[in-house]
Design a protein around this ligand. Sequence first.
Ligand code: AMP
Ligand code: ZN
Length: 495
Amino acid sequence: MHLYQSNEIKIYNSLTGQKEIFKPINAGHVGMYVCGPTVYSNVHLGNVRTFMSFDMVFRYLKHLGYKVRYVRNITDAGHLENDADVGEDKITKKARLEQIEPMEVVQRYTVDFHNILNTLNFLPPSIEPTATGHIIEQIELIRTIVENGFAYVVNGSVYFDVHKFNESHAYGKLSKRKLEDLIHNTRALDGQSDKKNPQDFALWKKAEPQHIMRWPSPWSDGFPGWHLECTAMSTKYLGEQFDIHGGGMDLKFPHHECEIAQNEAAKGKSPVNYWMHANMLELNGQRMSKTTGNTVNPHELLSGENAFFSKAFAPGVIRFFSAQSSYRSILDLTDAGLLASEKGFNKLMEGMRLLQSVGTANTSSFDVSSWQQRCYDAMNDDFNTPILIATLFEAVKYLNQIKEGSASITAKDLQVLKTTMHAFVYDVLGLEATSEASTNANNDKLASAVNILIELRQDARINKDFALSDKIRDELAEAGIQLKDSKDGTTFSLS
Ligand code: AMP
Ligand code: ZN
């Protein structure tokens, strides 16, 4: 019996605009594709938030016992500036500015991406394919789309014929746009484009002489379009139809819309059963974006070296902050928000420690099994991490009551509480006690121990046992702990 058999997940499907019961194509297996980063600069926290949302989805599906194949690509070619069909490739541009090879740019930022994700305790995806590693698959896909009559070749470039496609299919069904509206809203071609219509998009671009990243193809020496790579890689590893496709909200149109069109044009099938879109991260009320420069990168947040925040924040705090809002809500990154999350995170970690130390009794004063069910219910409801966290805090509150003696728990219930807390806190949310949090906890313990000694010294003085009271003071001083007496009592400091 797997947990997924007793847990029905509902996913908000952007395609239908509704929460739907999740039924994978192959029972017990899930295929999930998430658009990865374009590795031309350091990832910013907005990118990280989107990937983190899907990391938690991946973790929960695995926790339920599904065999998940999670594919997250690396875009290392074909993504032009402004997501357009003309202009410079983002990676080539960076290579030109820094006077290095495009593949050096790719390597540098792929390594940076992995480092950040490791620091933030992400699970690696099952497959992380690159666009440049799948040029042959992309060429094959273009060939099929051309053969099926949905693309045309002009001057060595190949364009997807959106108008032709829309005669027999519905272009715009994901983003709920109508082709007529798109026609009204796009400017006329400036005459430099080879496209028949402004809505058409490039599947293959002939490379200008100065364009370094180029591959031979039946049409020209050139490079594939950005939208195409995801279709080629998702179908290669997950099949022509698969379960979940994710990405940031900003990719819904045109990127994901084009993915659907390419798939339908090539294979006659709608590729994805559940489209999931993560909402945007803002920084002090404005969308975080590389283009506007309103960004903070994770290194800066972790080190505290940035212009926005009062201090450094630990990886666990950043994950906790992210999980405190639903992946579908806009999340605003602020100093106050992070400070509050730090408090919450430390409180939760303290709860995890209490799990190890509280004693048991003959009765429980809390319904542990219904609480456990509510943890699952939260995640089953479209991966509702904020509700999950609120539910976890009910357990923390209970543990504190047990510690204070105002509540009790049986050994059996404590076992369930432990397993469930571990599963959700460590495995599903991916939180782990950071060194900072454990240092804080150790400091608390040290303070309790020293305060006990201060009390014993006080008792010794009352009993006029000055030998003992001096011994306590002197030996603590030798251990680097100074006691300071004042009229309000005794305090201590560490030297
Ligand atoms: P890119 O490297 O620009 O292709 O983006 C990688 C991923 O980050 C995509 O899924 C984007 O949708 C996502 N993304 C970009 N900006 C933000 C943001 N401010 N908040 C959340 N996700 C974002
Ligand atoms: Zn993509």
